[in-house]
Design a protein around this ligand. Structure first.
Ligand SMILES: [Zn+2]
Length: 80
């Protein structure tokens, strides 16, 4: 296993969210409504992908429908 490069800065990693188009073959469920974040050929729908950090350490990735993320109150900040 490769050792991680030590970060000298004290900046802690924060959870962040980005908006992306849903891609074909997407197999993830929305963390808010628990429904599949589904690619639809006729709709260029967006999803929100969140990198979730707990106590400064990367924990998991969560996916949301764009609307669900807004409805959830943007739990991981405004999407970029
Ligand atoms: Zn949803």
């Amino acid at each position: 296993m490769a050792t991680k490069t030590k970060s000298s800065s004290k900046k802690s990693w924060k959870s962040r969210a980005v908006t992306r188009l849903i891609e074909a073959g997407s197999m993830v469920d929305c963390s808010y409504c628990n429904e599949r974040v589904k690619f639809q050929a006729r709709m260029r729908a967006n999803q929100v992908i969140c990198n979730v950090y707990t106590k400064g350490v990367w924990d998991r990735v969560e996916h949301f429908h764009e609307d669900c993320y807004t409805e959830a109150g943007s739990p991981f900040g405004d999407p970029e």
